[in-house]
Design a protein around this ligand. Structure first.
Ligand SMILES: *Cc1c(COP(=O)(O)O)cnc(C)c1O
Length: 357
């Protein structure tokens, strides 16, 4: 794939933030972006790295009406030794292809897109922040652009990658959050698109999240849509429980997003010789376990925060306090190890880290 490079003119180059403290997640973008287009009968074409700018689509573009789209989220990190790296980027593009298949969209050529992403990152490398715990968030997305409001599969798509510098997630300390278990709404149904990273899933969750925030909870924990009994995941995180010393997470049933951080936690847990289980876990098992002490920790996993300790679960208006209110040792261990690998403080025995050159 031929990637045309059109650099931003020097007068238009923006200044990366002097410090990342106070920068709100996902609100600032770098100087350049990557775009390519797809059309029935032609395939991918017009691959270009160009100045970050608005994209032109018609109001009739299909994505705006029927939400045919896929997206991803990953990060570039500046390591202690001064290198810029990615964490398991092929897994993100593989997952994006799985999402695209589910949404009847074309797949991308992973190695070619990864090479283009590296070029983009190299060009905008001064935007990869260096302060502790900071990173450059990478957002690949694909949208249906055919100008037609008849309901069908689009014949045209735009794929793009934009970059946004992000501050340290735990600038206030690695402290547990309060989460509300939703018994009123569901996120994804069997046979639906819960395991796809596609926009509609998140729009469908916003009302429950708004109601949870009004009650003082940061996020919603979703139960299965059929029995409203088995734990699925949190808004943009998978969920783990430490039960009698074992690491337990819901099995991937098709309505849960298969997180790359989740996969990494499972692989690390096995490497450490811990017992790890992927199985069905009912909310009653968890609540009883919190009460009798067998559930000693609850934590979320996702690219944004890596590990998020959970201190309180609320279910049917009742609050359940996990452990002693402090972040547990397992959450700390996974957090330290994963961020250690990402920032080059720990050896990368799994070959998870990809150098940007
Ligand atoms: C992205 C996402 C996750 C976490 O996936 P990672 O690959 O670990 O970042 C979990 N749940 C949902 C719903 C998500 O969108």
């Amino acid at each position: 794939m031929e990637v045309k490079i059109t650099k931003c003119i020097p007068e238009r180059l923006k200044r990366p933030p002097d410090t990342m403290s106070g920068v709100i997640f996902g609100t600032q973008f770098t100087d350049h972006m990557f775009c390519m287009e797809w059309e029935d009968g032609i395939g991918w074409h017009q691959a270009e790295i160009k100045p970050y700018a608005p994209i032109m689509i018609e109001p009739s573009a299909m994505v705006l009406h029927y939400a045919q789209m896929s997206f991803e989220g990953l990060k570039a990190y500046h390591t202690d030794s001064g290198e810029n790296v990615l964490f398991r980027p092929r897994e993100n593009f593989k997952r994006m292809n799985r999402t695209s298949i589910r949404m009847c969209m074309p797949e991308i050529e992973i190695e070619e897109v990864l090479a283009a992403l590296k070029k983009l990152l190299y060009l905008d490398s001064k935007w990869i922040p260096k302060e502790k715990g900071t990173s450059l968030y990478i957002r690949p997305a694909m949208i249906a652009t055919e100008e037609a409001i008849g309901l069908k599969v689009s014949s045209k798509y735009l794929f793009f990658i934009i970059l946004s510098p992000v501050g340290a997630y735990y600038s206030q300390g690695f402290n547990p959050v309060k989460i509300m278990v939703s018994d009123k709404y569901v996120r994804a149904v069997p046979g639906g698109v819960g395991n796809a990273k596609t926009g509609g899933n998140y729009a469908a969750c916003t009302l429950a999240e708004k109601e949870a925030k009004e009650k003082g909870y940061t996020q919603v924990l979703w139960l299965d849509a059929v029995e409203r009994s088995f734990i699925e995941e949190v808004g943009a995180m998978n969920i783990f429980f430490v039960i009698d010393g074992k690491i337990v997470t819901p099995q991937l049933t098709g309505s849960i997003l298969p997180g790359i951080t989740r996969m990494s936690v499972l692989e690390l847990g096995k490497l450490w010789g811990l017992e790890v289980e992927e199985r069905r876990i009912s909310i009653n098992e968890v609540l009883r376990g919190i009460e009798n002490g067998s559930v000693s920790e609850v934590f979320g996993s996702g690219t944004a925060a890596v590990i998020t300790p959970v201190g309180i679960l609320s279910y049917k208006e009742e609050e359940y306090n996990i452990g002693d209110g402090h972040t547990g040792p397992m959450a700390i261990r996974f957090y330290e190890q994963l961020t250690g690998i990402q920032y080059g403080k720990e050896p990368d025995n799994f070959d998870w880290v990809e150098l940007i050159t």
